[in-house]
Each structure stands twice: as C-alpha cells, then as structure tokens.
Design a protein around this ligand. Structure first.
Ligand code: HEC
Ligand code: HEC
Ligand code: HEC
Ligand code: HEC
Ligand code: HEC
Ligand code: HEC
Ligand code: HEC
Ligand code: HEC
Ligand code: HEC
Length: 403
C-alpha cells in the first residue's frame, strides 16, 4: 500500500512537472502529500471547474514544505459548523453561479431549516452541506452517482434519521425511512425506478427540511395529486380537519408508510371519526356502492367485448368506449375526497351507462351472428337433403334399369 502510494506520488510529480494532468494541477503540491484526497477530489464536479484544494482550505499549494503549505489563510475545516458558510462563499455568489445557471439560495434556505437553525445554535449533530453532498466527492445533483440523486436521497437522510440513539435525543421517530421504503412511494421510486414518485425532499423541501404543518399537507401532496386535492378543498374536510388539528391527507393515509387503500375501506374509515350509523357513514357507503356498481358494469362490458373480439366481431369502437368508461371511473376516486355524493354520482353514472350500453350492443351483435350461423346451418341441411334426394332418385332409377 505504502509502496503503491509512493509510486502514485512519483507519477503525480512527473505529471505536475509535465503539466499534463488538469486534476493534478488543481491539487498542486497538496496532492503530493494527500494522495487520497487528491484522488477522491479528482472525480468531483468541482475539479472540472477550477475549484482547487486552496479554494476551500486556503494555504499555499506551491510548496513542499508542510508548515508553509498550511500557513496563512489555511483552514483544516475540522469544525463542521463552519462548513456551510465556507461553501456559501461561492454558492451564494450570484455572479459566479449564474454562469452555470445554478440557484444561489441554498445557504439562505438552509438557514431557515430545522437543520440550519440547530447548527446556528451550535448543535453539531444536525445536517450540514457535506453530510448530504460529501466534501471531496461531490457530483452534480442530477448525476446518478450523487448522494443527492433522487434514488439515493432516502439513504443519505437515513444516516441520521434511522439512527435510533440520535433521533431519540430530539424526540423524533427513527422509523421514517423504513416506513417510507415500505410505503407505495418508496417502493415505486426505489424498486420500480419511477422517478415521478416522491423522495424525502419532494415533501420536505431540498434545503428547507421542515415537516409540512397542518394546513400545508394538502399542498405538498397536491403538487402531484392535483385532482384529489381539488376535491378535498371543495368538500368539508379541509376546513373541518385543519380546525380539528388533523394532518389532512396524512390523517387517513399516514405520511411515510402510505399504502394504496381499497375502495371498500371508505365504509370502515368514516366510522372511525364519525361513529357507527352516522349520516357520514351512510354517505360513505353510498359512494362505495356507486363506485362498486359502476366498476362491475364496466368489467362485464369489457369481458363481453373480448368475447366478441374472439368471435371475430368488429369491436374497435367498443374498446374505445370501455377506455372512456374507465377514465370516468378513475375520476371517481379523487372526487370521493370531496365526501359529497353529487360529483361521484355524476362520473359513476357516466361510466356505468357506457358499460351497460356496450353490453347491449355486443349482445345484439352476438345474437345477430348466432342467427346468421343458424341460417347457414339451415340452408346447409336443405342443400344436403336435396343432394341426398337427388342421389336416391338416381340410384332408384339406376336400380330400375338393372331390374
Ligand atoms: C509536504 C507535505 C504536505 C503538503 C505539501 C501539504 N500537506 Fe496537508 N498535511 C500534511 C501533514 C503531514 C498533515 C498532518 C497530518 C495530521 O496532523 O494528522 C497535514 C494535514 C492537513 C489537513 C488536516 C488539517 C487538520 O486540521 O487536521 C488538511 C485539511 C490539509 N493538510 C490540507 C492541505 C492542503 C489544502 C494543502 C495544499 C495547500 C496541503 N495540505 C499541503 C502534509 C502536507
Ligand atoms: C469543496 C471544498 C473542498 C475542496 C475543494 C477540498 N476539500 Fe479537503 N476538506 C473539505 C472539508 C469540508 C473537509 C472536512 C470534512 C471532512 O473531513 O470531510 C476536508 C477535509 C480534508 C482533509 C482532512 C480529512 C481527510 O480527508 O483526510 C484533508 C487532508 C483534505 N481535506 C485535503 C484536501 C486536498 C488535498 C484537496 C485538493 C485535492 C482538498 N482537500 C479539496 C473541503 C474541501
Ligand atoms: C470556490 C468556489 C466553490 C466552493 C468553495 C464550493 N463550490 Fe460547489 N461548485 C462550484 C462550482 C463552480 C460548481 C460547478 C457548477 C457546475 O458545473 O454546474 C459547483 C458545483 C457544486 C455542486 C453541483 C451542482 C449541480 O450542478 O448539481 C454541488 C452539490 C456543490 N457544488 C456543493 C458544494 C459544497 C457542499 C461545498 C462546500 C463543501 C461547495 N460546493 C463549495 C464552486 C464552489
Ligand atoms: C439535508 C441534506 C442537504 C443539505 C444539508 C444541503 N443540501 Fe444541497 N442539495 C440536497 C439535495 C437533496 C439536492 C438535490 C436537489 C434536486 O435534485 O433538485 C441538493 C442540491 C444542491 C445544489 C444543486 C443546485 C440546487 O440548488 O438544486 C447545490 C449547489 C447545493 N445543493 C449546495 C448546498 C450547499 C452549499 C449546502 C449548505 C449550505 C447544502 N447544499 C446543504 C441536499 C442537501
Ligand atoms: C447529519 C445528520 C442528518 C442528516 C444527514 C439529515 N438530518 Fe434531518 N435532522 C437531523 C437532526 C439532528 C434533526 C433535529 C434538529 C432539531 O430538531 O433541532 C433533524 C431534523 C429534521 C427535520 C425536522 C423534524 C422535526 O419535526 O423537527 C426534518 C423534516 C428533516 N430533518 C429531514 C431531513 C431530510 C429530508 C434529510 C435528507 C435530505 C435529512 N433530514 C438529513 C439530522 C440529520
Ligand atoms: C409524501 C410526502 C413525504 C415524504 C416522501 C416524506 N415525508 Fe417526512 N413527513 C411528511 C409529513 C406530512 C410529515 C408530518 C406529518 C404530521 O405533521 O403528522 C412528515 C414528518 C417527518 C419528520 C418528523 C417526524 C417526527 O417524528 O415528528 C421527519 C424527520 C421526516 N418526515 C423525514 C423524512 C425522511 C427522512 C423522508 C425520506 C425517507 C421523508 N420524511 C419522506 C411527508 C413526507
Ligand atoms: C377521510 C380520509 C381521507 C382523507 C382525508 C384523504 N384520503 Fe385519500 N383516500 C381515502 C380512501 C378511503 C381512499 C380509497 C378509496 C378511494 O379511492 O376513494 C383514498 C384514495 C386515495 C388515492 C388513490 C386513489 C386515486 O385517486 O388513484 C390517492 C392518490 C389519495 N387518496 C390521495 C389523497 C390526498 C392527496 C389527500 C389530501 C388532499 C387525501 N387522499 C385525503 C381516504 C382519505
Ligand atoms: C412527487 C409527487 C408526489 C407527491 C408529492 C405525493 N405523491 Fe402520492 N403518489 C405519487 C405517485 C407517482 C404514485 C404512484 C406510485 C405507483 O403506483 O407506482 C403515488 C401514489 C399514492 C397513493 C396510492 C395510489 C393508488 O393507486 O393506490 C396514495 C394513497 C398517495 N400517493 C397519497 C399521497 C399523499 C397522502 C401524499 C402527501 C403526504 C402524496 N401522495 C404525495 C406521487 C406523489
Ligand atoms: C380522521 C377523522 C375523519 C375521518 C376518517 C372522516 N372524517 Fe368526515 N369529518 C371529520 C372532521 C374533523 C369534520 C369536521 C367536523 C365535523 O363536522 O364533524 C368532518 C366533516 C365531515 C362532513 C361534513 C359534516 C357537516 O355536518 O358539515 C362530512 C359530510 C364528512 N365528514 C364525511 C365523511 C365521510 C363520508 C368519511 C369517510 C369517507 C369521513 N367523513 C371520514 C373527520 C373525519
């Protein structure tokens, strides 16, 4: 290992003398004595952009003398609490960052976050820039290797948020990452690779990390579930729940371990808060029945259309209408969040009547085909009978001849 390192150092010095390697140049003489840092740093986005060891550490990169190298403006950056301000010297510099079309608000937003406020209060356990981004190996956020690439974020946050001892100190739940991973969003992002599913920062903000409060949760979820939020706001629950201090969407769905709910759960859910035999429970079960009944008709229609297709009927138009009926059905689920009957009734009526119409039409076509087949069979019999009669007659007359 030592030997390899000295060979590396030698190569580096040669490269430096030849002026051949850009990254070696970025490391200057620092890289000769700190080869591990140099190698780690060489892969980062900074090394490509004339950020050098001294940009962050200060000191003198043109000497092989330990004292001189670490003199003057040199800082070891061992104090975590000072690092955000250091990163901000560039990242809050509008002139420097606008050339890259990068925002310059990270430090400002960070200071308003739970992390930033804890750090400002001298707490060194909360996240600073390098906990999420690394210090030497920093990639562009969009680079899949980055610790802040969408699919890597839960792991990056989990370093602290799954640490039971640390979270206990703050009275925070150490199960949030695990809950998220087993929920529909986590599975969608991490297993199915669906980048439209939210990661931690979609709901908590990137640099602003705060839990959304009651009254704002509908906005956070509504960024993606637009129709559902609109219906929720149109109904009595938004006001009722925020006044009761209930966390809106998260009251019924939880915040991290969100699972897809069965439509049938409408029945039991309403009773949890409104009591058995209440008007609200009745309303819930009416909505459930409407959705269920429409679903049954659409499914029956679809099965018939497929049967028709097998019987060589032209079902192009019917397939299109099944699609339309399904679209109305998917609208019913978000609309049910208004907890009012009318909008749900409207769309389920449409999908149900399309389902019923399609069924009638296919039945009629199938009947017609059956009648058609019956006719063919009838004429076939008639024809065969005539042929047989003809043959018999011929045989009889032939027999007559012999006789
Ligand atoms: C001649 C070799 C040499 C050169 C050149 C050199 N260093 Fe060091 N560096 C050392 C040694 C030795 C230490 C001490 C290690 C220790 O204390 O554990 C050290 C320590 C450090 C530390 C840790 C400081 C701390 O507070 O713990 C940092 C950061 C560092 N060097 C950065 C740099 C930078 C940046 C440069 C270039 C400007 C540089 N070094 C140039 C040899 C060198
Ligand atoms: C973007 C800012 C930044 C740049 C550029 C940078 N460092 Fe650092 N470096 C840090 C921070 C922050 C720490 C302290 C936190 C840590 O250890 O991760 C650190 C720690 C160190 C340490 C002590 C800990 C260790 O990893 O051994 C050394 C040595 C070091 N840097 C050398 C270098 C050298 C050599 C270069 C150039 C090749 C360099 N750094 C470039 C930010 C930077
Ligand atoms: C000397 C100025 C400077 C310092 C100090 C600095 N950066 Fe940078 N940073 C840059 C430049 C320039 C880029 C390149 C932007 C690009 O290519 O898009 C960059 C890029 C980045 C990116 C990638 C942005 C993207 O495109 O997604 C991250 C993340 C980042 N820096 C984090 C940090 C962190 C964390 C620190 C402190 C440890 C830090 N930077 C310190 C200048 C600096
Ligand atoms: C709690 C984790 C966390 C902390 C702390 C953090 N970042 Fe970030 N940062 C992220 C994530 C996640 C992204 C990716 C955002 C995206 O993909 O849109 C990001 C993106 C960036 C970018 C790319 C441009 C942008 O704004 O999207 C820069 C530059 C950056 N951070 C710098 C910093 C600096 C400087 C600090 C410290 C003041 C810091 N970050 C603190 C998580 C963090
Ligand atoms: C270095 C450890 C560390 C990392 C990494 C980290 N956090 Fe934190 N986070 C903390 C600590 C410690 C607190 C408690 C701060 C306090 O309450 O004073 C906290 C607080 C929070 C809070 C506020 C919780 C509340 O109700 O008070 C949210 C939200 C949060 N973090 C989200 C995130 C997200 C999202 C990520 C990843 C992008 C992340 N954190 C990464 C340590 C970390
Ligand atoms: C779909 C949105 C969403 C996603 C994704 C999400 N959260 Fe949350 N998180 C919430 C909501 C909403 C709350 C607050 C719930 C409340 O007020 O009851 C919360 C609360 C928290 C808290 C405070 C918990 C406490 O004990 O008070 C932390 C910490 C946290 N989330 C971290 C994370 C981390 C880490 C991730 C990624 C693994 C993540 N969240 C993903 C919505 C989300
Ligand atoms: C009173 C409890 C309750 C509240 C509050 C609630 N939901 Fe639902 N949600 C349900 C039930 C029950 C289902 C399953 C039946 C259905 O789809 O109507 C469901 C289904 C869903 C679905 C899947 C169905 C679809 O549309 O594809 C999503 C997404 C959803 N809810 C998001 C939200 C959002 C976002 C909010 C806040 C704006 C919210 N929910 C508030 C009870 C609730
Ligand atoms: C960044 C976008 C985004 C945000 C923010 C978001 N979701 Fe989702 N959600 C999705 C996507 C995408 C899916 C589909 C996942 C899949 O099936 O692969 C989904 C699925 C769901 C489902 C299950 C739907 C089904 O088909 O059964 C529910 C329930 C849900 N989300 C509720 C919520 C709640 C509650 C919040 C806020 C706390 C929220 N979502 C925030 C994108 C988001
Ligand atoms: C987590 C508790 C909770 C659940 C579950 C819940 N509700 Fe509510 N609901 C409330 C609160 C709180 C209010 C506002 C206060 C009130 O009127 O009782 C409310 C109000 C209503 C209202 C308006 C009542 C009025 O008199 O103005 C209707 C209608 C309603 N809910 C229907 C439903 C239906 C249907 C379900 C099942 C799908 C349901 N709720 C599930 C908490 C809940």
């Amino acid at each position: 290992m030592k030997r390899r390192r000295s060979v590396l150092d030698l190569l580096c010095v040669i490269a430096l003398l030849a002026g051949a390697s850009g990254t070696a140049r970025a490391a200057g003489q620092c890289g000769v004595c700190h080869p591990e840092s140099r190698v780690a740093f060489a892969a980062s986005i900074h090394a490509r952009e004339q950020v050098t060891c001294t940009s962050c550490h200060g000191g003198d990169a043109d000497t092989q003398n330990v004292e001189r190298a670490h003199s003057g403006s040199f800082r070891g950056l061992r104090n975590r609490l000072a690092t955000p301000e250091m990163c901000a010297t560039c990242h809050s510099d509008l002139q420097m960052m606008s050339a890259y079309n990068l925002p310059v608000d990270q430090y400002a937003v960070y200071q308003t976050s739970q992390h930033g406020m804890a750090v400002a209060g001298g707490d060194s356990s909360a996240a600073v820039c390098i906990d999420c981004h690394g210090s030497h190996v920093i990639y562009a956020a969009a680079d899949p290797r980055s610790s802040v690439a969408s699919r890597n974020i839960p792991t990056t946050c989990g370093v602290c948020h799954s640490d039971e001892e640390l979270m206990e100190r703050y009275g925070l739940d150490p199960g949030v990452v695990e809950d998220y991973e087993t929920g529909i969003h986590g599975r969608s992002l991490l297993i199915a690779g669906n980048l439209a599913a939210p990661n931690c920062t979609s709901c908590h903000g990137v640099h602003g990390a705060t839990p959304p409060g009651v009254g704002d949760i509908d906005k956070v979820c509504g960024a993606c579930h637009v129709q559902t939020r609109r219906a929720f706001l149109d109904g009595p629950h938004y006001q009722g729940m925020t006044e009761a201090g209930l966390p809106e969407c998260a009251t019924c769905h939880s915040n991290h371990a969100i699972q897809g709910l069965e439509v049938a759960s409408i029945d039991t859910l309403c009773a949890d808060c409104h009591g058995e035999n209440s008007d609200e429970v009745l309303l819930g079960s009416k909505m459930h029945t409407l959705i269920e009944a429409a679903t049954v008709e659409v499914e029956k229609a679809e099965a018939l259309v497929l049967e028709g297709e097998r019987a060589a009927l032209d079902v192009e138009d019917h397939l299109g209408r099944i699609e339309e009926a399904r679209t109305y059905l998917t609208e019913a689920l978000p609309l049910a969040h208004s907890v009012s009957l009318e909008p749900v009734e409207q769309v389920t009526r449409r999908s149900r009547s399309i389902g019923e119409e399609v069924q009638h039409e296919i039945y009629a076509k199938l009947d017609r085909t059956e009648a058609h087949i019956g006719l063919v069979v009838f004429w076939f019999y008639v024809f065969m009978t005539l042929v047989i009669l003809f043959l018999l007659k011929r045989r009889m007359s032939a027999g007559g001849e012999i006789a």
